[in-house]
Design a protein around this ligand. Sequence first.
Ligand code: AMP
Ligand code: MG
Length: 333
Amino acid sequence: MKTSIEMGNAGIQNAAKLLLSGEVVAFPTETVYGLGANIGNPLAIQKIFTVKGRPSDNPLIVHIAEFSQLSLLTPRISPRVKLLAKLFWPGPLTLVVSKRKEISSLLSAGLQTVAVRMPSHPLARKLLYACNVPLAAPSANSFGKPSPTTASHVYEDLHGKIPLILDGGPCKFGIESTILDMTTSPPTLLRPGGVSLEQLEKHLGRVTLHPVVKDPKVKQVFAKAPGMKYRHYAPRANVNVLLTRKELETVAVAEGKNKTTHFLVLKKPLTGVVNQTVYTCASHLAHDLFAAFRRLDAKNTTQIIVQAPSESHVGRGVRNRLLKAATHINDKN
Ligand code: AMP
Ligand code: MG
């Protein structure tokens, strides 16, 4: 299958036509690129899993254009869900709500709940309007690879497997949406992302952190993650996450001259390091993180050493992705 990369209104019309005929199509969102399918077509949903090589017990997020489409997916809309939608949609917040029986359980991996979000990217919105149906869409990467934040990342992973990639330039946030389970009381944070825990707590009061979201300490990570568990969103290079600047400076002395090592650091460059990228803040690092992983793999970097941002606001989401990508986490504090 030939994969075309298209832009603008003509691209949107072609993408909508393909989606409505049961194909899967990649499109940009403000978080990462998504691989969309019509939620009313189980064969199309199945294609998402096949194309990505994604295990079928991993549920998908449904993308909607308008608040009114939420009632197609869930039988009850609570006042808290209404409030969050009003505050944060369109935007990088996914809400898990109870699922209507009619909605394919393929999409929810057999769960009685469904995850929904309204993206804010103008192309995603236009595409959803052109289709006039919600689209199920996980990230448009091969399973296990870093999420794609440009159309060419999607092409790298999925060319020959999908007919069209809609190109909307680089994604604004660069990491996936925040996921909040609204079926528990208080709501449970399942994945930190573009909308911060602090923003949510301001409006909801207490939010429970799911155990997978709690920042693991070094000993626990080593104990629980021998081998593959944390390598899911990872580049080929080893990722080492350092939690303090002091630690980073020590490692810079030992590893800074190593040509196949690359440092990703915040605010100030490290002295004596040949390969480093300096980010102004955690959002800047979030924006480039997955792209950097792919760039460095292409340069055959063998080791990526990353300064973890502090665990607040968007830093929480970045740390979560780093810990998933890491083979070595060092917390001397
Ligand atoms: P992505 O991996 O970016 O495609 O996002 C999909 C993720 O959303 C899954 O890996 C789950 O973690 C989460 N998700 C989707 N549906 C549900 C659900 N019904 N309940 C809990 N989490 C969900
Ligand atoms: Mg994904």
